[in-house]
Design a protein around this ligand. Structure first.
Ligand code: HEM
Ligand SMILES: *[C@@H]1O[C@H](CO)[C@@H](O)[C@H](O)[C@H]1NC(C)=O
Ligand SMILES: *[C@@H]1O[C@H](CO)[C@@H](O)[C@H](O)[C@H]1NC(C)=O
Ligand SMILES: *[C@@H]1O[C@H](CO)[C@@H](O)[C@H](O)[C@H]1NC(C)=O
Length: 559
């Protein structure tokens, strides 16, 4: 009893010392305190909402830049958590390219890992390098081209479903327009695409949503984005044993999903592996074109040193990662593009005309593989389609912002002068000091919408801007056309080219068959892990984006 009390007192004493250290001493020496940033009103207030909410963040960034410069101190969860918000192109490039110094915080990695395992998205250091090395060949242009026919097939299936609905509505109510939640439908399609392309598995979700593995993935990802679980999420990050001892309904749900995924998808990994081994033995190479087959082949290659290989469990983790990173991102990007086109009918009409001029097809269903490839080759060269996609992913990036943590003290170079905390511009200061453990907030949307670089009309959707980009925009870093939508550096999106194929194919198929118009509901953006559409005031109904769709009828040629 005596020692118990003694230990408890010791623990409390340590805790006190730690809190005092964190709040007084460490904070006092935190170099971020020397730079300018917005005040917080209450002791426990923070600036997170201001920089994370897409309905206000563009304005917030604009005001911050004016008042504090481009290297801004913001308050995270509490007074011990001062962060660097950088809107300086040189700084963001330094942070994103230096992935050994700037890692993803362990808190977010733990959350990802608890759901989809430690795949490429959640790993750091050597483990991440190993994952990325094995996966890179699978995403080569040549391998991705082989996936075009199945993307086409899924786009056509979605078109057929909508066509049935449109014809039915015409027959039953003489109504030529149907209201469709494009967000939901396209999500079913992108799940199907990544299932087939990722591991040769047909969820068949466009037809119906009852497939066991589909439900398991859907329900599990739902947990990642469910709101109102803040406390439980904090517990599961900092004290995961609590969840094991007292599992709540969500924890049980995740366990159920993981059981299904390990059983069904784990089995697929073994099956594929066997086929590839048989192929090696018989001399007839297994012809699977899906990402899993290519990953397995790369992993079994003779010239790969043993310590560069990944385990079967990690194979499954990477499949989960592709499902997680490649389904919602793609469907949201397509959804936002269709909404923007509905809101800009002139752009929509012009794009449709261009696509029809490049490849007008009477029947999408009975094309041979060569014909599909030839159609894709044409539309992938369409300059206006390119401009529309570039502009759409600039204006509404699926990932609103990201975060990194400094794993050592560092001097971050800046392009613009730094403002000191009392508001003075320090003209000759071109670095920001950051200490180990501090967070850096990477404003993806912030850079994409920056008026200083993109011009006065930066917040507007204007595909033509890409024919004549301002000098400032050309100097911005980014994996894709000076936008941060796919991030940059060694941790940038490995699926960028894949999603381009998906975007171009789907837009071609859907726009040449349908006309999209806004419905009467007002659609707003909310940042729920990704930037998702909601009906204004109906947040509780979940993410949705209803649009009016009607069949596109070719105008009769005037005699
Ligand atoms: C338009 C669609 C997409 C967008 C906007 C997008 C965006 C991004 C971004 C911003 C990151 C970096 C995340 C961070 O730093 O916090 C990322 C990483 C990643 N993406 Fe994508 N992505 C898309 C589609 C895809 C697809 C289709 C796949 C897979 C087939 C994919 C697989 C990945 C993976 C594996 C990573 C982690 C890379 C690493 O850490 O090395 N993404 N993506
Ligand atoms: C990474 O950071 C170090 C230390 O600040 C710096 O010297 C180096 O140039 C950076 N590398 C890149 C690629 O930015
Ligand atoms: C298109 O092709 C499919 C499959 O070959 C066929 O079932 C369908 O009747 C065709 N539709 C038209 C309008 O020709
Ligand atoms: C946009 O990015 C893609 C991929 O990096 C590249 O192929 C293309 O040339 C770029 N286009 C422009 C206008 O920068």
């Amino acid at each position: 009893m005596h020692t118990l009390l003694h230990n408890a007192l010791l623990a409390v004493a340590f805790l006190l010392v730690y809190v005092v250290y964190k709040l007084v001493i460490a904070l006092h020496f935190d170099p971020l305190r020397s730079i300018a940033g917005p005040k917080v009103r209450r002791w426990f207030g923070n600036n997170l909402h201001a920089v994370l909410d897409p309905s206000i963040s563009p304005k917030v960034h604009q005001v911050y830049i004016k008042q504090y410069g481009r290297s801004i101190r913001i308050r995270g969860l509490g007074p011990w958590d001062e962060r660097l918000l950088t809107l300086d192109p040189l700084s963001v490039s330094h942070v994103l390219k230096n992935s050994t110094i700037y890692e993803k915080p362990w808190q977010s990695r733990k959350l990802i890992t608890s759901l989809i395992g430690c795949g490429m998205l959640g790993a750091e250091g050597q483990v991440h390098k190993r994952h990325r090395r094995v996966a890179t060949p699978a995403f080569s242009i040549q391998n991705l081209r082989a996936l075009v026919p199945l993307v086409f097939q899924k786009g056509t299936q979605l078109k057929d479903r909508w066509m049935e609905m449109a014809i039915q509505a015409e027959e039953s109510s003489q109504n030529s327009e149907i209201k469709v939640d494009v967000c939901h439908w396209i999500n079913r399609a992108t799940f199907d695409v990544i299932g087939l392309a990722g591991f040769d598995y047909n969820f068949n979700a466009i037809q119906d949503e009852s497939n066991e593995l589909f439900r398991a993935y859907k329900d599990m990802f739902e947990v990642a984005i469910s709101q109102g679980r803040f406390i439980r999420t904090i517990i599961s990050i900092y004290a995961p044993f609590v969840n094991q001892i007292f599992p709540d309904e969500t924890v049980r749900q995740v366990n159920r999903c993981q059981e299904v995924i390990t059983r069904v998808a784990g089995h697929l990994v073994q099956e594929k592996k066997q086929k590839i081994e048989e192929g090696v033995k018989s001399g007839i190479e297994y012809a699977g074109k899906d990402l899993l087959s290519l990953l397995l082949k790369a992993n079994m290659a003779k010239d790969l040193p043993a310590d560069h290989r990944i385990s079967d469990e990690d194979m499954l983790n990477n499949i989960n990662t592709f499902m997680f990173a490649g389904s919602d991102t793609s469907s949201l990007t397509l959804t936002w593009t269709l909404l923007l086109l509905a809101q800009h009918p002139a752009v929509q009409d012009r794009l449709r005309v261009e696509l029809l001029n490049m490849a007008a097809l009477s029947n999408l269903s009975d094309l041979t593989e060569e014909e599909v490839q030839s159609v894709y080759a044409k539309i992938s060269d369409s300059p206006y389609l390119d401009n529309v996609i570039r502009e759409s992913i600039r204006v509404i990036p699926a990932l609103h912002s990201s975060i990194r943590v400094a794993t050592q003290d560092d001097e971050i170079p800046t392009m613009y002068p730094v403002h000191s905390h009392d508001g003075k511009v320090i003209e000759d200061r071109r670095t920001v000091s950051i200490s180990k453990g501090s967070f850096v907030h990477v404003a993806v949307e912030g850079f994409n919408l920056d008026q200083e670089f993109w011009g006065e009309d930066a917040w507007e959707f204007n595909p033509d801007r890409w024919d004549n980009l301002p000098e400032g925009a050309l100097g911005l870093p980014g994996l894709y056309n000076h936008t941060l939508t796919f991030s940059a550096g060694p941790r940038s999106c490995i699926g960028m080219r894949f999603s381009m194929i998906e975007m171009k194919t789907f837009l071609y198929i859907l726009l040449t068959q349908f006309v999209f118009k806004p419905s009467s509901e007002k659609i707003v953006k909310a940042n729920v892990v990704l930037t998702r559409p909601y009906i204004s005031g109906k947040f509780k109904d979940g993410s949705q984006c209803p649009l009016l769709i009607s069949r596109y009828i070719k105008p009769r040629k005037q005699q």
